[in-house]
Design a binder for this molecule. Structure first.
Ligand code: 6PG
Length: 242
């Protein structure tokens, strides 16, 4: 499907029982990555932070063990907290521990956001320069408030149409971050949003089927993509479907 058509295509939603969510999500990510590599030489894969993806990334390492595939994958990040890469809050550290340390990938193929840099705008511009024009597969999460990457409801970055990476202030006491902007999500060949837990039920219902208002529910930017949700997160959706 052309990426232009994807902007208005309906979501591709899979609702999965909680005890099968991790294995099913890892299997689907593996299939999507293999699908890209069946049709082209390389795959640009951007990963989300947060807690939902961690066990999925661990399982993905088992699903995709071979150097033959990992030598053709370039890893990027959708956002990063403004902390050193070895900080417990670092998305890079989480992905490294859950996935990158468990697969045969050359570190030169892993492109982290330098959240630790004092000049955050310079760090964002450095990342923009290496980010592909169109990511092949962008993995995202969804916050209970409807945020995705580090695009938060009402945040100024949601109005960005030119810059592809921006420094942002997290809401409340949250850490400052670097994040991809809406154009990067909209231009991705495929987005895959991983959503688990009943606390996400309202946000998922808004993201998938609410009135289109990404300034209120940034997760809607990925509406036309693949959504992998457990039954708890999909509870409101199921209700709507009855
Ligand atoms: C981050 C993520 C963020 C995450 C959502 C959902 O830096 O935390 O990029 O966008 O995907 O907050 O997080 P959970 O999956 O942990 O609920």
């Amino acid at each position: 499907m052309s990426w232009q058509a994807r902007r208005t295509a309906p979501p591709d939603l899979s609702v999965i029982e909680p005890d099968a969510f991790v294995s099913s999500a890892a299997r689907r990510l593996s299939l999507e990555i293999r699908g890209v590599l069946d049709t082209q030489e390389r795959c640009s894969l951007a990963l989300s932070g947060g807690s939902t993806p961690r066990p999925i990334y661990r399982r993905l390492a088992d699903e995709l063990p071979g150097r033959d595939l990992w030598s053709r994958i370039d890893v990027f990040f959708g956002d990063e907290r403004c902390v050193p890469p070895d900080d417990p809050a670092s998305n890079y550290r989480m992905v490294k521990e859950a996935l990158l340390d468990r697969v045969p990938i050359d570190p030169a193929q892993v492109h982290r956001m330098e959240g630790e840099r004092t000049d955050r705008d310079a760090a964002a511009r450095t990342y923009e320069a290496i980010l592909p024009d169109r990511l092949d597969l962008l993995v995202l999460g969804l916050g209970a408030d409807g945020h995705t990457a580090s695009l938060f409801p009402g945040g100024p970055a949601l109005a960005e149409t030119r810059r592809r990476v921006l420094p942002v202030r997290g809401p409340g006491a949250q850490l400052d971050r670097l994040t991809i902007t809406p154009p990067v999500i909209l231009d991705a060949r495929l987005t895959c949003v991983l959503v688990a837990g009943g606390d996400k039920a309202d946000a998922l219902a808004r993201a998938i089927s609410g009135p289109f208002a990404p300034e209120d529910t940034p997760g809607q930017l990925a509406r036309s993509g693949l959504w992998l949700a457990d039954t708890a997160a999909a509870a409101r959706l199921e209700a709507r479907r009855r």
